[in-house]
Structures are given as structure tokens and as C-alpha cells.
Design a protein around this ligand. Sequence first.
Ligand SMILES: Nc1ncnc2c1ncn2[C@@H]1O[C@H](COP(=O)(O)OP(=O)(O)OP(=O)(O)O)[C@@H](O)[C@H]1O
Length: 594
Amino acid sequence: MDWSKELLDSALWVGKAFVISSVLLVVFGFILIKTTRWASQFWMLAGHYFNPKEKPMTLVTFVVILLLSLFGVRVSVLFSNWYNTMYTALQKLDENTFWIQMAVFAVLASIHIIRALSSYYLQQRFTIKWRETLNEEMLSRWMDKKSYYRSYYLNDPIDNPDQRIQQDVVHFTKLSLELTLGVISSMVSAVAFTLILWGLSDEMQIFGVTIPRGMVFLLFIYILVATVFAFKIGRPLIRLNFLDERLNANYRYSLIRVREYAESIAFYAGEKIEGSKLRQRFSKVISNVWDIVHRNVKFQGFNFFISQTAVIFPFIIQAPRFFAGKLELGGMVQTAQAFGNLADNLSFFRTAYDNFAQYRAVLDRLTGFHQNIDAADNLPVPNVRAEGDEVRLQNVSITTPNGRQLIKDLTLTVNPGDALLIQGPSGSGKTTLLRSIAGLWPYCEGEIIRPDQEVLFLSQKPYLPEGRLIDTLFYPAEVPADGYEQAKAILHQVCLPHLENRLDEELNWSHTLSLGEQQRIAFARILLTCPKVAFIDEATSAMDEGLEYTMYKLLRDTFPELRLVSIGHRSTLHTHHTHLLQLKGNGEYEIKQF
Ligand SMILES: Nc1ncnc2c1ncn2[C@@H]1O[C@H](COP(=O)(O)OP(=O)(O)OP(=O)(O)O)[C@@H](O)[C@H]1O
């Protein structure tokens, strides 16, 4: 081998391999996208990321990664030739060639290290960028049009959307690249090493039949038989590994629920039943782990047997030619090395089967996520619009998802300074009316007029995000420059003076404060944001009547022009309101003035 012109030869080799692989990738990619479900799912998720008009760098990076992979195959071919030259030099006691080969090895090894590191870095960069783009897309679709909420109203909402955004995206990007590069470099390697073995083989007598290049055929048969058996033995592992993920996820979910509902479980003294449920789930995990271990003992055992026999198999085949003086030591060693490489490359298709099954599940989950959001987007949206600060409902009719009429033809206006109290039996649609006014409830007809800005909705359960108390008070707005002074003054007004020195504490406030305290935090938010319209849903249900009186009085005195719409069951609320909307629960309603 002439190492001096190797550089040019290698460049030509990589170039040719690149052109052939790219053409095959495009042609087969196109056919697969048109004919298979999984490839069309891939293209739906990834197509625009590979569009050079949108993301010119994606294709460039992918091309460089592919070139580096093919270059990797070329380097292993060069290593294979190096073995031949070096061992032949040893056999011939050719010291000069031996030392040249040592220098050649140093160069090859350096190239190998630089190539491997650059390839690793670029692949990581590629998947990280891709993951960022996909995450942004999914997060926007999930958050922007309130799909995180509206998807609850679908007949068939997807499970674990959080897992799809956080985990499946990582698997998708990683497996897409790994499988594509794996297929290409394994095929190119397999061809390259088959050619090497072809060059090293001669005709062979098998049962009296002369087979030209017999060794190559024998080796292929050996790999094929080993692959088929390994596949048969290893196949159940795909299902077992899949089950392992699911059972562990179930166990983790149960543990999280115990943490979330810790207080309720503790009050019920539910440790015994919860503990036994947890143990049941864990025992399922362990029983599956044992199945994996037993199956792996067989699978690994077979793989060890195959890989150990593979060490001597090529030697046994070439031995007659070697001892007949038709093959040099270098050729003998290169046969073993090339065979090892070929076996590894072809085994990629066996091991990738497991990854591929996982990949298809990931594709299903990600496309399911997008379909779910499309369906949520297609749900009807209430007709809500703004006309200055006006609050007016015009022939509003509301039903439940299964068509039960909650409110029929409701028309009313809330003027500045008006306070409308909504009352009615449980389940009559009070909260649903507020959801419709907020634009959240899909099953609503008629016209809703309310301002876009300076309007505040407080739901039944106050939401206190984790973090500093000061951020919680101003949520969802930013803390203004004089936020601390404002917050301290308001905490006094809402009867929470003991919290004024804890504004910077980072806690899970919804677990720390009592429900009545949380509701007063919600009132503090109204006072801090000074809205023109406030809709509040049973926001004083956990307070005693004295506190409730103080909160409403504070609100009405501080903002006499505020348009207030609130829901509440107590008759003590009448004094703070100017009008009453009484819902009957069958569509009928009554409006009274106090
Ligand atoms: N996502 C949903 N899917 C199906 N039905 C729903 C959904 N949300 C609410 N409902 C139904 O709509 C009806 C009205 O619910 P809503 O929460 O508005 O009642 P409410 O008058 O506020 O009751 P309460 O006083 O108990 O809070 C109830 O029968 C409820 O079961």
C-alpha cells in the first residue's frame, strides 16, 4: 500500500461514498416517507427543520457529520490494511517496514481521535439545536392558545403531555440521528470490509465442491445464522424493556401522588392502603426486572458464544491457505480483523431493532401530541370581544360538553361601580359562566363583551407559583421597582402582616399557607394590580364572615368604580353587591337589584 498517496485516495473514497450514500438516502427516504407511516410521521415532525430555506445550517451540519462518519469507515479500512502490512513485516523480520508502520499508526491514531471527537461534538450540537427547536415548537403550541387547558375538553385527551415535551423530544432527536448514521455507516463498512475479505479469499473446497471466494460466503452465512438466532432469543427484550419504562413510570407517579396529597392521606391515616399500593406497583417492577435478567442471561450467553467463536472462525477458515504458504501472516490477521468489523456492522441491524421499536413509539407519541393540539385548536371558541371597559353579555347560552343546558339566552350589563353576585345550586354553571367570559369554555354561544386589559379572574383555588412570596403577590406581572413597599402595605390591609418579612423566601407557598391565607393573597393581587374589572369565584369560601366582610369592603372602598362579578354561596355577600344573578341550573335565571 502506498501511504503517500493515501490522502488523495481516501478523499476520493469518502467523496464517492458520500455521493452514493446521499443519493440512496434521498431516494429511499422519499420512498419510505411516501409508503410507510413511521417515515411520514418523521417527516411531519422534522421536515421543516431540514428545509434549507428555514434553517440553512441544519443541512450543512448534517453533511459534515455524514462526511465524518464515512471518514470513520475509511479510517478503519486503513487500520485494517495497516494490520496486514505490520504483521507481514513481523513475519519477514523486516525491521525497517515495522518502524515505518509504527509512525503510520501514530498518524492514523491521531486522525482517528480528532475525527471521533469532532464527530461527537457535532452530533451533540446537532441534536441539542434540534431539541431546542422542537421544544420551542411544542411548548408554544401547548401554551400559546391555551391548549394545556382546552385539551381537557377533548373526548380522547392524550396521556402525559409533559413526558412527550420533555423526554420524547430527546429520544426523537437522538434516535433519528443515531439510526440514520448507523444504517449508512454500517452499510458502507459492510461493503468496504466485504471487499477486503474478497481480496483475501481464494477458491475453497466444501464437500468436494469448489466455491470461488468461498470464505466470504462462509463468513456471511455464519453472521446470518448468528443474527437470526440472536434476534429470536433477544426479541422478547423489546417488550420487556418497554414494560420496564411503563412500570417504573407508574410507580414514580404513585409516589408523587402521595407527596402531592400528603395531608389528605395523613388525615385519613391512609398510609396502610397507600403503602400496600406502592408495594404492589414496586413488586410488578421487580418481577419484570427478573424477567429481563433471565432473558439477558440467555441473550448475553449466546452473544458471548458467538463473539468468542468469531475470534477463531476466520483463522480456522484461512489456516489451510496460510500453512500452504498461499497467505502471509498479515493477510491472516487482516482477515480476522475485517471479519470482526463486518460482524459488528451487520449486528447493527439486529441491535437497532430494539431502538427502532422504541423510535416508532416515540413517533406515535409526538404526532399524537400535535394531533391533540390540532383538535384542541378546532374546539369552538366563545365570541369574546372588547369595547372599551364595557362588560356586557348578549344572549349567552352555555351547555356542558354532553349538551346539558346550563344557561339560556342570558343578557346583562355590568356598569362601573356595579357588583354582580352570581348564586345558584351546586353544578348550576356559575364557574362555567366565568370560564365562558374568560374565553375558556368551548360550548358557549352569544356575545361576550369585556375588556382585554386590566381585567382579573380569580379561580376557586388560588394559584400560588413556587418561588418568592413577592413574585407570587404580583403574579403574572413582574415585580415593579417599588414592589416591596406596595406589597408590605397591602399585606397589612389583607390581614397578613406576619408575612411582610418573608417576601424574599422561596417556598411552595400553596403547601405552607392556609387556604384562607391563600385567598387573602389573591385579594392582595387584586389590590396590587388595580383592575377595572374583576371576576372572582368563591374567593372567600375559606374565610370567616368577619374576614370576608373586611376583604369585600376593602375592595369596594379602594376601587369604587370597579366592575365586580363574583360567585359565592353565603347570604352575607349580598351587602357587598348591587345585583344578583340567580342561576337555576336548567338554563333559566333571574336578575335582581339589591
Ligand atoms: N370539563 C368538564 N366536562 C364535563 N362536564 C363538566 C366539565 N366541567 C364542568 N362540568 C359540568 O358542568 C356543570 C357546571 O359546573 P360548574 O363548575 O360551573 O358548577 P358550579 O355552579 O360552579 O358548581 P359549584 O357551586 O359546586 O362550584 C356541572 O354539572 C359539571 O359537572
